[in-house]
Write a protein that binds this ligand. Structure first.
Ligand SMILES: *[C@@H]1O[C@H](CO)[C@@H](O)[C@H](O)[C@H]1NC(C)=O
Length: 221
C-alpha cells in the first residue's frame, strides 16, 4: 500500500508539473520569464556574443575591432578592440576632433590614446603624435564633430602613409573612421568616409555617423 501511495503521489506531481509547463509555455509568448524558470531548450538557443559584438567571431591570430564615429556634435565616438572599450563617452576619454588609439599590433594591448581638437587646436600636436607611431602599432581613428578644419598637409601625408585613402580630402565636419598601420604596402581595407554635404547630410549640418568593424591580422615578426 505504501508503494501504491508513493506512485500516486509521483503521478500527481508529474501531472501538476506538466500542467504548469503547458501553462508556462503559453505565457512565455508574451512574458519573458526569469532564467531559472526557462527550460533547457531556451538555454540552447542563447547565442554566445562574439568580441565587440561582431556578427561572427574572428579567426585565430586576428583581433576583433569596432570603431564608431561621433554623431554630429552630440554623441561622442567609440572604439572597441578585442572586446575592450578603449575610447567612449562612458569612459569619458573622447573629444571633438580626431580620436586616435594606438595598439600594440603583436599582442593587441592598448598603448595610448588621445584626441585632437581640429577646429581650434594646434595641428602640430597631432603631427607630433603621428610621428611617434612605429611599424608594430595599429592605429584606430574616429572623427567627432569636426576632424578637418585645422588638418595640415603634413598630418594628411602621415595618415596616407598609414594606409588612408581619404585623409587627403578630409575637411570641415566630415565623418571618418579608419584603422591603419605604418609601412602598409597598399591602402587599408578598413576605412569609411562621408563628406559633409548639405544635400546628403543626415543631420542638420553633419553627415551620418559611420561604423567600421572587422578582424585585423595580428602583426608577426
Ligand atoms: C609590443 O609587445 C611586444 C611583446 O610584449 C613587445 O616586445 C613590443 O616592444 C611591444 N611594442 C610596442 C610598440 O609597445
Amino acid at each position: 500500500a505504501g508503494v501504491l501511495r508513493l506512485l500516486a503521489l509521483i503521478f500527481a506531481l508529474v501531472t501538476t508539473w506538466m500542467f504548469i509547463r503547458t501553462y508556462i509555455s503559453f505565457s512565455m509568448k508574451t512574458i519573458r520569464l526569469p532564467r531559472w524558470l526557462e527550460g533547457p531548450a531556451s538555454k540552447e538557443i542563447r547565442v554566445v556574443k562574439s568580441k565587440c559584438s561582431l556578427s561572427k567571431p574572428c579567426p585565430k591570430d586576428y583581433f576583433a575591432f569596432k570603431i564608431c564615429s561621433g554623431a554630429a556634435n552630440v554623441v561622442g565616438p567609440s572604439m572597441c578592440f578585442e572586446n575592450q572599450m578603449i575610447m567612449s563617452p562612458v569612459k569619458n576619454n573622447v573629444g571633438r576632433g580626431l580620436n586616435i588609439a594606438l595598439i600594440n599590433g603583436s599582442v593587441g594591448t592598448m598603448l595610448r590614446h588621445s584626441y585632437f581638437d581640429m577646429y581650434s587646436g594646434d595641428p602640430n600636436e597631432l603631427v607630433k603624435f603621428l610621428k611617434e607611431i612605429s611599424g608594430d602599432m595599429l592605429v584606430l581613428v574616429a572623427s567627432y564633430d569636426d576632424p578637418g578644419t585645422k588638418m595640415n598637409d603634413e598630418a594628411r601625408k602621415l595618415f596616407s602613409n598609414l594606409g588612408s585613402s581619404y585623409a587627403e580630402q578630409l575637411g570641415f565636419r566630415d565623418s571618418w573612421v579608419f584603422l591603419g598601420t605604418k609601412d602598409i604596402k597598399s591602402k587599408s581595407p578598413f576605412e569609411q568616409f562621408l563628406k559633409n554635404d548639405p544635400k546628403t547630410n543626415k543631420y542638420e549640418g553633419w553627415p551620418e555617423l559611420l561604423e567600421l568593424e572587422g578582424c585585423v591580422p595580428r602583426k608577426v615578426y
